[in-house]
Design a binder for this molecule. Structure first.
Ligand code: 13P
Ligand code: SF4
Length: 315
């Protein structure tokens, strides 16, 4: 089938089966185009919780689809490619993490949503890059915290808050590989362009960024800015929404420095139009979890969503 035929079939099946497609900003452009909602991890978790369709097709990575299932367990949740993992989730295995947690019994555990359901079940609170700083700041100042699995996001929060959270040693292989030197070269070439960066980037890169925030926060910053061009330090999928929202603005990425073609997430790009079509047609691969795991992993995610509402981060 041609791409056009695949698109028509996806739309037909979506209607016939009463399905909703949730897509992350890092998905392939053609998938974002077909999604009913595109968003950052926080907005997509909320959408998943509120979804009333019979089927949720999650075009993102595994931990996102798993979070959708945990928040809305009576819906069928599909992920076009089950291999769509995440280096952060891979870096933090439940057995190792349980030992780490047991070694610090007086610490609260905050986990970044980019982790498995097993890690969520071992956590007191989940966060996303869109709410992490505000959630942490809302806790008592003397609260001892373990932050997992992203040492870059955790380190960034430590730096801006002055806290000393204990960090798990995990990274996003895409953002961690982006180099401050490459950004500095681009800055010298385009001195008028602010640098926007995702907090999963390494500390050296974040130090040279003008704005640090989640995918949605970067989009908001660019939309509100009167600058005409931006240097973007995050996964390239986001350029689809950046260009759509700001047709008169220019975006420079690490590709333009030619030193790095590291800004594509191989996991995010596993979902293709063809796999999305087959997934809707066959209603698989499906996220299946035990009721017990859903119950355990749900508590810290619901706590995150409730705190985010109280703090005015989401409605
Ligand atoms: P956000 O969209 O929440 O900023 O997350 C980025 C990310 O890397 C998801 O895998
Ligand atoms: Fe995981 Fe990084 Fe890919 Fe996001 S971009 S899914 S954090 S590997």
């Amino acid at each position: 089938m041609s791409n056009e035929e695949l698109k028509q079939e996806i739309l037909r099946l979506k209607k016939e089966k009463n399905a909703v497609i949730l897509g992350h900003y890092y998905q392939r452009h053609e998938i974002q185009e077909l999604s009913d909602y595109i968003g950052d991890s926080l907005a997509l978790a909320q959408r998943a919780q509120e979804a009333t369709a019979d089927i949720i097709v999650f075009c993102g990575v595994h931990f996102m689809a798993e979070t959708a299932k945990i928040l809305n367990p009576h819906r069928k949740v599909l992920l076009p490619d089950m291999e769509a993992s995440c280096s952060l989730a891979e870096s933090c295995k439940a057995d190792d993490f349980a030992k780490f947690k047991a070694a610090h019994p007086d610490h609260m555990v905050i986990s970044y949503v980019n982790c498995s359901a097993e890690i969520k079940a071992l956590s007191d609170l989940i966060c996303t890059s869109g709410n992490a700083e505000k959630l942490v700041r809302s806790l008592p100042a003397d609260q001892k915290i373990i932050f997992a699995p992203d040492k870059n996001l955790g380190g960034y929060i430590n730096q801006v808050t002055g806290l000393q959270m204990l960090l798990w040693d995990g990274v996003c292989m895409v953002h961690d590989a982006m180099q401050a030197e490459a950004i500095l070269k681009l800055k010298a070439e385009y001195p008028d362009a602010p640098v926007v960066a995702h907090p999963e980037c390494n500390a050296a890169l974040l130090r040279v960024a003008d704005f640090v925030g989640s995918t949605k926060a970067m989009l908001n910053y660019i939309k509100a800015s009167d600058k005409k061009r931006f240097i973007v330090a995050t996964e390239t999928g986001i350029l689809y929404e950046m260009k759509k929202e700001n047709p008169d603005k220019e975006f420079i990425t690490l590709r333009d420095d030619k030193s790095c073609a590291c800004d594509d997430c191989a996991y995010m790009k596993l979902n293709t139009l063809e796999k999305l079509y087959k997934c809707l047609r066959d209603e698989q691969p499906e996220i299946v979890m035990s009721d017990e795991m859903i119950e355990k992993a749900k508590r810290p995610i619901v706590r995150m969503l409730e705190m985010s509402k109280q703090l005015g981060i989401i409605k």
